[in-house]
Ligand binder design. Structure first.
Ligand SMILES: NC(=O)c1ccc[n+]([C@@H]2O[C@H](COP(=O)([O-])OP(=O)(O)OC[C@H]3O[C@@H](n4cnc5c(N)ncnc54)[C@H](O)[C@@H]3O)[C@@H](O)[C@H]2O)c1
Length: 387
């Protein structure tokens, strides 16, 4: 085996996503397994270069994980000017992403980025066009598609299990503490519109690729947003006004005619098995998928309830579903790492890769139209995007 090094500038690596999911659970996990086996006698060895605003935090991370202490920088321009850097990765706060990605594409780096890729559709499309023109490789995180629960759901879809898909109902959310008394478990910028926060901009990009990847393109959106909790406390215990939406109630029509309805909220308490669940109902069968598990009920196993509020429920409804087995060992998979592996293969071997900046722009488009729909109280068609 020969080892081939790929140097990856990671910006925003001190944040929740950058640190846990991308550095530790993806790239460091790849190093722990000896690198990525490219299947051609080579292993790809990711060499992170930590980029950010606070040198001491970056150095502390490098020390903690035994990375080269020299491979940290607070100077993005200098890092991008370094010819030994192959890939620029961005997990900064959303509002800082577009400018950094623009610089990286101008420097001829391959790009990999968290979603949303920009704060406006125009910006997201401009990035996709610039990357195409520059001929660099580019990818956008669409981690939910790689999760075990949604892989199992995809297996059902691909097998034709559902017959005609009629509807999809998604329930996402949990209680995010206000920050007084108990600290909030999410960063405060998420609740300030002026800092790129809001649940629509955060979650609609996910719903776009989940719906598109499993059932078909989203063709219209109608949304109602709310800021249910108007006052929160930040990381320093200071109160602030929550200016961004913390909940969104969306209805989406899909190519093929199915209707999807997804509630997203940071102001709900969980009475579900998982923090996100999708129920899919089709003419031949139904399924409920979460992040890890997926249960299904075929037409022939469907009970025939009779509405009678005078009697207790006669059927053990939850027991009448079967688990999709973990045949592929999917349950041990980290969705972020699985997608990184495909992106690195795309860069190293030119293997096809569909989750690119144009796909990322579709997510930004859905968020933008969702917010507009809510502000104007009308439904919007979602035009198909092209470069
Ligand atoms: N794929 C997913 O499931 C998923 C989940 C959560 C968040 N995200 C996305 O990841 C990105 C980061 O989210 P997070 O929750 O890790 O945020 P975070 O606040 O924990 O981290 C933000 C990072 O950006 C850096 N940063 C750069 N400029 C900044 C500025 N002006 N103000 C504050 N921080 C700045 C911070 O130092 C930190 O490293 C967001 O774009 C978000 O939409 C994706």
């Amino acid at each position: 085996m020969t080892r081939r090094t790929v140097r990856i500038a990671m910006n925003g690596v001190t944040g929740r996503m950058g640190h846990r999911q991308h550095l530790v659970r993806s790239l460091l996990a790849l190093r722990e397994q000896g690198g990525l086996d490219l299947g051609n006698g080579e292993t790809l060895w990711p060499e992170p270069v930590l980029v950010g605003r606070r040198e001491h935090a970056l150095t502390a991370l490098a020390e903690r994980y035994g990375l080269d202490p020299q491979a940290v920088s607070t100077d993005l321009d200098a890092v991008l000017a370094d010819d030994s850097i192959d890939i620029y990765f961005d997990a900064q706060v959303t509002s800082a992403r577009e400018e950094a990605l623009k610089k990286a594409v101008a420097a001829g780096k391959h790009l990999y980025a968290e979603k949303p890729t920009a704060t406006s559709l125009d910006g997201a499309l401009e990035l996709a066009r610039a990357a195409a023109l520059a001929g660099v490789k580019h990818g956008v995180v669409q981690d939910k598609l790689f999760l075990p629960g949604l892989r199992k759901l995809k297996r059902l879809v691909d097998s034709g299990f559902f017959g005609r898909v009629l509807s999809v109902r998604g329930e996402f959310g949990y209680w995010v503490f206000e920050g007084d008394g108990q600290p909030a478990q999410r960063p405060s910028w998420n609740y300030r519109a002026e800092d790129g926060g809001g649940i629509v901009s955060d979650m609609f990009p996910h719903w776009e690729y989940v719906l598109h990847g499993l059932f078909g393109r989203v063709t219209s959106v109608q949304a109602q947003t709310a800021t249910h909790i108007p006052r929160r406390w930040d990381e320093n215990g200071e109160p602030y006004e929550a200016t961004a939406d913390d909940s969104a109630y969306g209805i989406f029509t899909l190519e093929g005619g199915a209707v999807a309805q997804i509630n997203s909220s940071w102001a709900v308490r969980v009475h579900r098995d998982e923090l996100v669940e999708f129920q899919v109902d089709g003419t031949e069968g139904s399924a409920v998928a979460g992040l890890r598990g997926c249960r299904y009920q075929h037409r022939v196993g469907t009970p025939r309830p009779v509405w009678n509020p005078d009697l207790p429920a006669t059927e053990p409804f939850r027991d009448q579903w079967q688990e999709v087995p973990d045949n592929d060992g999917d349950e041990g998979i980290n969705g972020f790492k699985a997608q990184w592996e495909l992106f690195l293969r795309h860069v190293a071997l030119d293997e096809p890769y569909t989750w690119d900046l144009l796909a990322g722009a579709r997510g930004v488009q859905l968020a933008e139209l969702g917010l507009r729909s809510s502000a104007e109280g009308r439904r919007y068609d979602v035009p198909e995007l092209s470069l």
